[in-house]
Structures are given as C-alpha cells and as structure tokens.
Write a protein of this length. Structure first.
Length: 718
C-alpha cells in the first residue's frame, strides 16, 4: 500500500508540475568596474555594495520543476536531520530527468555517508540536475556536526537558480576542523549558480578545489555573499574557469583558531599545479579582511595561475601574494587596510589603485628565495591624513621590479619610497620606474621623501617627472636621501619641479659626497649634479659631466677625462672677455680672461684673500638708540634698546643683512664675525654709537683682504 501511494503521488506531481523554466524575478544589479572612479579618483563609497544593493534575488519559480515536498519522501523542516530524504528527492528528479523545486523553509542537514561516497557530504547534488530554490530556503548544518562535514556538494553539470543559502551552525561545533565547508566543489565541471549566501561555517564558506592531478572547471556564480568562516570565506585551490560576477566577503567575526576575532576572506592556494594552468575571474570583489594569494614561488609558477578582478574593494586586512599573476582593473583599499605584501615570483598588474588614509606601508615587495616580485600600476593615489604619521614608508621594495605610470601622494607624513636595490642573489638588480610622481605635503617632516639604500647589487631606477610641493610647518630637509655612494649610481630623475625650493638631495652620513644623477647610462657615463669640486670626491666613468650647484668661486662644469677612480675631473672653461675693470672678482687659479682694454689674454695667478674682521662688544646699551657699523666704507645701522646686553646686541647685528659680507657667530655671543664675499683690499672697519647708546665695541682685522693677481702669457703681472 505504501508503495502504491508513493507511486500515485509521483504521478500526480508529474501531471501537476509541467517542467518548465517559468517566471524568475532576478534583479541582480551587477557592479560595473567603471563606476568606481570619478575625476580620476576612486569613490568606493558610491558603490552600492553587494550586501545591501546588488543581491535582490526575489524569485518566482511557479511551475519550475517538481516540488520536493510533494514527493512524500519525508523531507522535514522541523529541525531534525533530513539529509537522506533530500538526497533521495534530488536523486529521484535526476533519475527521471526532472528539475527540482525547493520551497522556502529551513532544511536541517548532517553528514550523509552513502555506499559510493567517501566524504562527509550532507546534500550531494547529482550530476546534471537543475534546481530552483525559492527565496527563504536555508540549508542548516545540524548542531555539533562532525569534522569534515560539507553541506552542499554539487556534481557535474549542475545548475542552481535562485538563492542557495547555507548556515554552517559554527557556534555549535566542538570537534570541527578546517576541512568543513558550506559549499564544497571538488573536481567538478560546468556548475552554474545564481546566488550563494554562505554564513557561519566552521571551515570555509565556499571551497572550490580538486585533486593533485585533476581540478574543477567552468564554475559560474552570479552573486556570492559569505560571512563568518572559521578559516576563509572563499577558497580557490585546484580550479580553472571560475567566473564570479559579484562577491562580498566578510570574515570580521571569523577565525576559529583565534576565538572568532577575525579571519581571511579570499584564499587562492593550489597545492600543486603540475603541468596545469589556471585562469579565474571575479568581476566585482569586496572584502572586509585579509586576502591571500599563495600559489607557488617561481616566476614560472606565476605564469600558470592567473586571477582577473574587475574591481577590488578591500576595506581591511592585508593583501598577500606569492607566485601568481593577478590582474585588477580598479582597486580601492580602505582605512583599515594594511598593505600589499608581495614575495617570491608574484606578478601583479593594477589599472588604478586608491589607498585611503593608510596607517602603515601600502606596498611591500621583497626578493625571496631567488625570485623577484613584479608590480605594475598604471595610476596610483595615496590619500593620507595630515594628522597621522604612518608607521613605515608608503612603498618599500627590495630586490623586485616596480613600475608605476603615475602616482599622486597627499598628506603622507612618512617617506613615500624606500628602496633597497637587491637581495641575496648578486646577479639580480632591483628595477624601479615611475613616469610621474606628484607629492603634496608628503615625506617624513625634517627628513626625506625618497630613501635609496644600497644592499648588494643594483638595477635601473628612475623617475621621469618628479613634482614636490611642501607647505607644512616642518618641511622636507631633502627630497632624495642616499644611504651611501653606491646607492646613487643608478638612480636618476629626468625632470624635477620644486616650487618650494626644497634641498634636492643629501645624506645623513658623512663618509661620502652625495650627487644627483640627471641622465646617463646605468653604471656608465652620466651627467650629475654635485655640490663640491668632484676632483678626488666623485667616482664616475670617463666622459661623465658634473655640474656644480654652488660654484661661487670655482668652475661650474667638470668633465671626467680618465677612468681612474675619483680623479681626472677637468673644469670646462667658458670664453671669458671684457675690460680690465670687468675682470671676474672671484676667479680661480688658472682662469683665462681676454682683457679687451690691453688687448691680450691674462690668467688668474694668485687668488686674493677675503677679508675677515671681528667685532667684540664689551658693554651693552644704557640708552636706546642706534649704533653704526662701517665695513669698507659702507655704513649699516642697528637699533638697540636700553638694557640690551652685549650678547643681545650681537644677535641683533647677526640678524642684520650687510651687503657683500657674511655675518656669523654663536647665538647670544658678544663676538660677531664678518667675512667678505670676495677678495680685495678694504677700508678699515669703524664702529660708532658709544656716545649715544653707551655701547662699546672694537674691530679687529684677522685676515686682511688682498687683490687678485693676473699675469700674461710671459708671466708678467698685469
């Protein structure tokens, strides 16, 4: 009788439920990656995030498939384990070439071990089955389920319409492990799912994987939302051809090993790729915590695994990549984001990247085990906070290749670039190239914007156009800082815009002379900017040119005529001519000059001395008034007040600009030093004002000025 009634119910449902697609209200609002930029600035907050706005999955599947509750197979919605009944219903639909309709309600499921199954599958979906799931249906794992439990396990060629919602009951698990999963796809092909919402799982919310010699392929999910996983929200292992249109991953309440204090979101980690190549894509990905891409170590392995992301919005955690290729059209990294951390043979390509108010470094790339990471960003924006001093420089790389088309940095109060040129392998340099770097109120106050650190060997490093503006109270004391002489050899800036007239380059160490490379060949002939006479100080190959920035009384341009260390620099002389009275007042020994008055060439033979005089103030002011200092016949007055001490008057004199003289001395000292800017005989200095102010002082000439001496071709004094 039971068999007869069962068959009667089957027949009634066959006639009642004409299998057809029916009407589905799918209002998926796919996020277009072009939405995330406005005026070349990423506005992630304007994106309607997946959680609230792009997962409207209200569906009407009336007339779509056989209603599994009408089959009379004992499927329950009362909290008891109904896995076996569900499996029997799905298997019946598959065996009879029907689609299955799953109405709303909570289906409690647990591990189901069948004769032909070896894993703890709760709801295996047979190959080739099409499911229609009504909004409100939930597959909930039984309380305190066993380790290895996998809730939904689809077979090959499975299609799921509607909303597949999974609850992993993680809070009830006492003996679980990381291998548990909400949706588990293992070595399967051609699976298409409209929407997956997987929450509260002890292991992974969704895991797509395969074996050591096989893999899953052609897995398509329109919308994916994952929240709270003991391990990761979403895992790709041995899988190819995955296409997820929208994914929202939240694991801020996850991580079973750390008392559910927060865990990873996306994890891409194929155990062994062998000869396989994998290529997967996510159109829009939003994550609230760490993302890890830990496939392989070598550049060859990086070429075998590629992940494309249309738009990435990562609001927190870090972005860790080993050897795989990741291509991202647009990326936004929020205020709680830590950094992009690249190791081994990682290869990352980003169209546009926006880093919002970082507290620490935004990019760290490191040479690892003989492999170099490579990073290419076409357009990058670091939006700092003027009230925050980040812990580390914004971009740090060591033994890796970094290429940025354009980078703008605002209000980042630490060094923007820290480069260590290479790693342990001396044959590998560190390539670094930036097309344009625009820095606004950035760099470590009182220090530098760019720090170049020699490590073992060098590669090619340079910036085509560097623009630096600094309106802060404590400005940069140099734009570029070198750790040592070797670090300077292969770095160059082709064009520098420095409207605030900041010091361009320098070092904190006194064991070498800094220079700045303007152009040239790596490790070869170059044009450099220097602030010293390069002879005996700057080591560059033959043919190099040094341009002095402070050539006040020496040649401005030098040519390297030998390959011998730091010697062989020869000054380049200009064609100097004029009258006798127009001879240079600050020549150097050997300077050539054609004297048009006497119509013959002359040479500077003896360079005159610059006069140095000392003013010693012995008594302060008793009456307010003015004192007068006359140097070489030119008088300068200084106002004093009754009660001014000798030291105070000394400070007032040092604060007064005196034409042709450098005024110096210690703060608070009653002794003031005057040094003439150029050689020549001077009139004796005179101090006046004692009668009107009570100030007494006296001059002493410590070095008397002398004139330059010029000779002709016959060594006659001219």
């Amino acid at each position: 009788m039971k068999t007869r009634n069962f068959l009667r119910n089957i027949l009634l449902n066959v006639f009642r439920c004409i299998v057809k697609k029916g009407n589905k209200k799918r209002a998926f609002k796919y996020v277009d990656s072009t939405m995330v930029y406005k005026n070349e600035k990423l506005i992630a907050d304007e994106i309607k995030v997946l959680a609230e706005h792009s997962m409207d999955t209200t569906s009407d599947f009336t007339g779509c498939g056989i209603n599994i509750l009408s089959l009379g197979l004992g499927i329950k919605q009362d909290g008891t384990n109904t896995s076996l009944s569900l499996y029997n219903a799905l298997k019946y639909c598959k065996d009879n070439n029907f689609s299955a309709f799953i109405p709303k309600g909570v289906y409690t499921v647990g591990p189901l071990i069948l004769k032909d199954e070896t894993n703890w599958k709760c709801v295996p979906i047979p190959d080739g089955l099409t499911l229609y799931i009504e909004t409100g249906a939930v597959f909930k794992l039984v309380n305190d389920a066993a380790a290895w439990s996998r809730i939904i396990v689809p077979g090959n060629n499975v299609t799921i319409h509607g909303e597949l919602r999974i609850d992993g009951s993680a809070e009830t698990i006492t003996a679980g492990n990381e291998h548990m999963a909400g949706l588990f796809i293992y070595d399967k092909r051609n699976i298409n799912i409209d929407t997956v919402i997987s929450e509260n799982c002890y292991g992974d919310n969704v895991q797509i994987t395969g074996g050591s010699s096989s893999y899953s392929d052609a897995i398509n999910i329109d919308c994916l939302r994952c929240r709270k996983a003991g391990r990761k929200n979403l895992v790709f292992e041995a899988a190819n051809g995955i296409h997820i249109k929208n994914a929202y991953l939240d694991n801020n309440e996850g991580n079973s090993l750390k008392e559910w204090s927060g865990g990873g979101c996306l994890d891409v980690e194929p155990f062994s790729m062998g000869e396989n190549t994998f290529h997967n894509r996510i159109d829009y990905l939003e994550t609230l915590n760490n993302n890890e891409f830990t496939a392989g170590t070598t550049a060859e392995e990086a070429g075998k695994y590629r992940l494309d992301i249309g738009t990435l919005v990562q609001r927190g955690g870090s972005f860790l990549s080993y050897a795989m290729t990741i291509s991202i059209d647009n990326a936004y990294f929020g205020e709680n984001f830590t950094k992009i951390d690249m190791m081994y043979g990682a290869d990352i390509i980003i169209g546009r990247a926006h880093f919002k108010k970082p507290l620490d470094a935004v990019i760290v790339t490191q040479y690892s085990s003989g492999n170099q990471p490579r990073l290419l960003i076409n357009n990058m924006f670091i939006e700092g906070d003027p009230t925050i001093i980040p812990v580390n420089p914004a971009i740090y790389w060591r033994g890796s290749s970094l290429f940025i088309g354009k980078i703008r940095v605002d209000n980042y109060n630490n060094k923007v670039i820290w480069s260590q040129y290479t790693g342990e392998d001396l044959s590998r340099g560190s390539d670094f190239s930036i097309g344009e770097l625009v820095s606004n109120d950035s760099g470590l106050p009182g220090s530098s914007l760019i720090y170049l650190d020699y490590y073992s060997s060098r590669g090619s490093c340079g910036i085509e156009h560097l623009i630096v503006r600094d309106s802060r109270d404590t400005k940069l004391n140099k734009i570029i800082e070198y750790s040592d002489s070797i670090a300077m050899n292969d770095f160059k800036v082709s064009k520098l815009h420095n409207p605030d007239i900041l010091p361009i380059y320098g070092t904190e160490y006194g064991n070498f002379n800094a220079y700045h490379k303007l152009a040239g060949i790596d490790n070869s002939t170059s044009i450099v900017m220097v602030d010293v006479n390069p002879e005996g100080k700057i080591t560059l190959p033959k043919g190099s040119v040094a341009i002095r920035t402070n050539a006040f009384n020496e040649p401005a341009i030098y040519l390297k005529e030998t390959d011998t260390g730091n010697v062989g620099w020869i000054p380049l002389l200009a064609d100097r001519k004029g009258t006798t009275s127009e001879r240079p007042v600050i020549p150097w020994t050997g300077m050539y000059y054609y004297d048009q008055t006497i119509k013959k060439p002359v040479w500077a033979d003896v360079i005159g001395k610059k006069e140095v005089v000392i003013l010693k103030i012995s008594e302060g002011a008793t009456i307010s008034g003015k004192i007068t200092i006359a140097l070489n016949g030119v008088a300068t007055t200084v106002s004093v007040l009754a009660g001014d001490t000798a030291g105070t008057i000394g400070d007032k004199i040092r604060a007064t600009a005196i034409s042709d003289w450098v005024v110096s001395g210690k703060i608070g000292s009653a002794t003031v030093k005057f040094t003439k800017n150029y050689p020549g005989i001077n009139i004796m200095p005179v101090f006046t004002g004692t009668d009107t102010t009570g100030v007494t002082a006296s001059f002493t000439v410590t070095t008397a000025g002398t004139n330059n001496e010029w000779i002709d071709a016959m060594s006659n004094l001219i």
